[in-house]
Design a protein around this ligand. Structure first.
Ligand code: HEC
Ligand code: HEC
Ligand code: HEC
Length: 427
């Protein structure tokens, strides 16, 4: 129960939408606390849209009850106004609050532990001096006794948590080290992109573990492999494309969606070009999680069949009627607007959850400083039944040279309940 419960804490935060007062120009302010708070995306969980910044109260639903993020404004009664620097760094590095209680690992102290002292001081000083104190009492979790006891978390920390600060690797360049520091720590990419074990611990916190960033799951979405895997990871992406994706929300052929859109909108788009390029350099150095995996073949027999009107492949007619207007017959989409499905690493991941979710619920491309209008992918939950969604997703995973496992109607039914909250409409 405890394990299952933990497994949803972190997963839950992604399903929420938040607003953040966006800082304008960071290019000269890399060392500032505000830049660090943005890079660490504290607002993702501590700012709820409609409430004052950093007052917490974000609900994270679990099967045994909800927990809520806390007020981290410098208010002395309800926030962290009484936290000394030592209290603050202990909370961020060891997951222990000022009064000594253990934090749930929904707060990513497992990665923030890597934040160095200079950045930790700047972050503390920003929250204490530049954020307005707001009196807002924290909500107690709705988890009933005895499941709400926090002492088992000490055992979890003992087993899985390493609270050491990032140690530079002298054999690597300064840029690589900067990227490793950001990815493993502040930007906590691994909370979504690293697979988790039975106790919900991330399997690996740096490149020494080959499961690090090899693809994770969260509340119905799949976060793809970010290693050098050519088929499902970033092996076929250039460093420049990775940086562009994190800054603008798209490359020529890919567009971010779901939880990744939120991470880009609220955090990565504000990173300096130097930091984005450091992140890309580090990611490009990760060896493939599956060395024999090949990029999708360039051979395309699908387009020719569709053009001839050959709809024998299951899902092809559904594709022509519902998808081809935007993603085109050849699956190449339109540069920088409708993403390509042919050769798209996100389409070929072993875990099809994100694809099923985007077809059911639709999506809007991230709105960033570089792309100010979002384009919409319509939702098909009301138009297509489970079998049809399964067929069309299987079709895009196996056409134009793509090759990935088929999807069945049961998988769609499960996600439909989770993402749209409704069973299928029978026609
Ligand atoms: C993925 C969600 C998430 C992110 C991102 C996040 N937090 Fe938290 N944080 C939480 C939750 C949830 C709690 C409460 C945990 C609990 O009650 O056990 C918390 C608790 C805390 C606490 C303890 C406060 C108290 O006394 O209760 C501090 C301090 C804190 N966060 C600071 C930060 C800072 C600074 C950042 C950004 C660098 C950040 N958090 C980013 C989810 C998050
Ligand atoms: C809140 C969870 C979350 C966090 C944090 C997160 N990601 Fe993602 N990411 C996702 C999901 C889900 C997807 C799949 C949707 C998509 O392709 O946009 C994704 C997709 C991506 C893709 C596209 C991969 C592909 O094959 O299409 C890249 C690149 C990426 N993330 C990089 C990063 C980096 C780098 C970080 C840290 C700076 C990061 N992400 C942090 C959830 C997350
Ligand atoms: C009106 C245009 C339109 C139609 C019709 C459409 N899409 Fe999309 N699709 C988009 C846009 C725009 C995005 C990018 C969404 C985002 O980034 O949030 C997208 C994204 C996707 C993605 C994620 C790829 C990536 O890397 O971002 C998949 C998979 C997808 N669509 C499949 C389909 C399927 C299957 C159909 C038919 C059932 C379909 N789409 C119909 C516009 C469309």
């Amino acid at each position: 129960m405890k394990i299952k419960q933990l497994s949803l804490f972190v997963a839950a935060f992604i399903s929420c939408k938040f607003a953040m007062a966006a800082p304008e120009n960071f290019q000269e302010k890399v060392a500032s606390g505000e830049y660090i708070a943005t890079t660490g995306d504290c607002a993702a969980c501590h700012t709820v849209s409609g409430s004052a910044p950093f007052t917490g109260g974000l609900k994270m639903v679990t099967p045994v009850g909800a927990i809520y993020s806390t007020n981290i404004t410098p208010d002395k009664d309800t926030g962290i106004g009484n936290y000394s620097y030592e209290d603050f760094s202990r909370a961020l590095r060891q997951g222990i609050a000022k009064d000594g209680h253990r934090l749930y690992p929904a707060m990513p102290y497992t990665e923030y532990a890597k934040i160095n002292d200079d950045d930790m001081h700047a972050l503390y000083s920003y929250l204490m001096n530049e954020v307005k104190p707001v009196h807002q009492t924290n909500r107690k979790s709705d988890i009933p006794w005895p499941l709400n006891m926090r002492w088992p978390l000490a055992a979890w920390d003992w087993a899985f948590h390493d609270s050491d600060v990032y140690k530079p690797d002298q054999t690597q360049s300064a840029e690589w080290n900067r990227g490793a520091y950001l990815v493993q720590g502040l930007t906590h990419c691994g909370t979504c992109h690293t697979p988790r074990g039975l106790a919900y611990q991330e399997k690996g916190f740096d490149q020494h573990d080959k499961r690090f960033l090899s693809g994770g799951q969260l509340a119905g979405w799949s976060a793809p492999d970010l290693t050098g895997n050519s088929k499902t990871g970033l092996g076929s992406w250039s460093a420049q494309e990775i940086a562009e994706f994190l800054k603008t929300g798209h490359t020529d052929g890919n567009a971010a969606f779901g939880p990744m859109s939120e991470a880009i909108e609220k955090s990565t788009q504000y990173l300096t070009d130097a930091d984005l390029s450091a992140i890309a350099t580090y990611l490009k150095s990760l060896p493939s999680s599956d060395a024999p995996a090949q990029a999708s073949a360039k051979a395309d027999s699908t387009s020719a069949a569709l053009i001839k009107g050959d709809m024998s492949q299951p899902g092809s007619l559904l594709y022509m009627n519902n998808c081809s207007a935007c993603h085109r017959i050849d699956g190449k989409g339109y540069t920088k607007s409708f993403p390509a499905l042919a050769g798209n690493t996100a389409v070929m991941g072993d875990d099809p959850s994100s694809l099923i979710n985007i077809v059911l619920a639709g999506a809007k491309t991230p709105v960033t400083r570089e792309s100010i209008t979002g384009l919409t992918m319509p939702d098909f939950a009301w138009r297509l039944n489970d079998q049809q969604v399964a067929d069309v997703v299987t079709f895009i995973r196996s056409s134009w040279g793509n090759s990935a496992s088929a999807v069945n109607a049961e998988e769609v039914a499960k996600l439909r309940k989770q993402s749209v909250g409704q069973p299928e409409v029978k026609k």
